[in-house]
Design a protein around this ligand. Structure first.
Ligand code: PBG
Length: 342
């Protein structure tokens, strides 16, 4: 049964702010967001990252202040990424498994000062390796199984420090199962695994690699032997099915906005919550375009994040989480929304 004009006039449901609000299919709240944070050694450091306007390198003391803002604005969790000095990076990325490493210390500090928020920690070697890859290189190749052994140790160190969610972002095969087994054996039965199950080999990670200093060493080789081919859609479902079977509690699609079709596919295919990452290059596109006068930054950010929700994302990692949460909490914005619109 399809109605016809003029009996059917879809614009009736758009005629006033109150009815638009009533029929709105998707909502965006601070509770949907995760704030990624970059942590550095030292104290009193709050150093802007040129490639990511509005995002800073934070020493642990400043990280705690930011974590309090995250809590106060109703953002449920942060995702931590370490920035390691170049001279401390090694071919085997051994600092990734140090029990008193930068991230474990950051986790303990946040847990002590701001216990209300969740902490998600990346499991991958790239911030720690001098070559910038996520895995160990043996005979000129990324060695899957040897890397998984190190990732397991990294995940255990993070869980031990009190990290709530370990998030393997490395794309090695079999790592979810191996990490899950090790966590169970060590008694970390409540530690969640957020698998970066569907992670594409993407140029949109550029500003992140600049921020953690993993780009320069990567050279022209890229991560195409482990991250997914941007042309593939079916393969996403295969990766997700494997990771859920291996014990992932949550799965992620990354990048986000160029891959909304994949988010929707994954949402339809599995019953675990699906997260998505609005990655550094996506965020930088929004800040650059706004700076060039193309649009208002916060309006564009909001529209982009609603698109993630519409596609089926439950949680969204975005560098704009704090800015968005502030915007959503602003009574002036609500007043504008209600009075606008002819
Ligand atoms: C690395 C990792 C990357 C990101 C998150 N974890 C970069 C990469 O794979 O090279 C990218 C995040 C972003 O671009 O915002 N394991």
């Amino acid at each position: 049964m399809t109605g016809k004009f003029p009996a059917v006039r879809p614009r009736r449901l758009r005629a006033a702010p109150w009815v638009r609000r009533l029929v709105r299919e998707t909502t965006l709240t601070a509770a949907d967001l995760v704030q990624p944070l970059f942590v550095v050694e030292g104290s009193g450091i709050e150093r802007p990252i040129p490639a990511l306007p509005g995002v800073d390198h934070l020493s642990i003391d400043r990280l705690i202040e930011t974590a309090k803002k995250v809590r106060d604005l109703g953002i449920p969790a942060v995702a931590l990424f370490p920035v390691i000095a170049a001279e401390l990076k090694t071919a085997d990325g051994r600092l990734a498994v140090a029990a008193d490493g930068l991230v474990p210390r950051a986790v303990r500090a946040i847990k002590a000062a701001v216990p209300e928020i969740g902490i998600i920690c990346d499991v991958a070697l790239d911030p720690y390796t001098d070559h910038g890859h996520d895995g160990l290189i043996i005979d000129g190749k990324i060695a899957n199984d040897a890397t998984v052994e190190v990732l397991v140790r990294q995940a255990l160190v993070l869980a031990e420090a009190g990290c709530d969610v370990v998030a393997p972002s490395d794309m090695m095969d079999g790592r979810i199962g191996a990490i899950r087994t090790a966590l169970e054996q060590a008694g970390h039965t409540d530690t969640m695994i957020l698998s970066y199950a569907v992670k594409y080999a993407s140029v949109f990670y550029g500003p992140f690699r600049a921020a953690v200093g993993s780009a320069s060493a990567l050279g022209v080789k890229g991560k195409h032997t482990y991250q997914m081919d941007a042309a593939n859609r079916q393969e996403a479902l295969r990766e997700v099915a494997l990771d859920v079977a291996e014990g992932a509690d949550l799965v992620m699609v990354k990048p986000g906005m160029p891959y909304l079709d994949v988010i929707a596919d994954v949402r339809a295919a599995v019953s675990v919550p699906v997260f998505a990452y609005q990655v550094s290059g996506e965020y930088a596109m929004l800040t650059s375009a706004a700076a060039a006068g193309a649009f208002d930054f916060l309006s564009a950010l909001q529209e982009s994040l609603i698109a993630f929700k519409r596609a089926g994302a439950s949680g969204i990692l975005t560098y704009g989480a704090l800015a968005m949460a502030r915007y959503l909490a602003d009574p002036q914005r609500r007043a504008d929304e209600i009075s606008h619109g002819r």
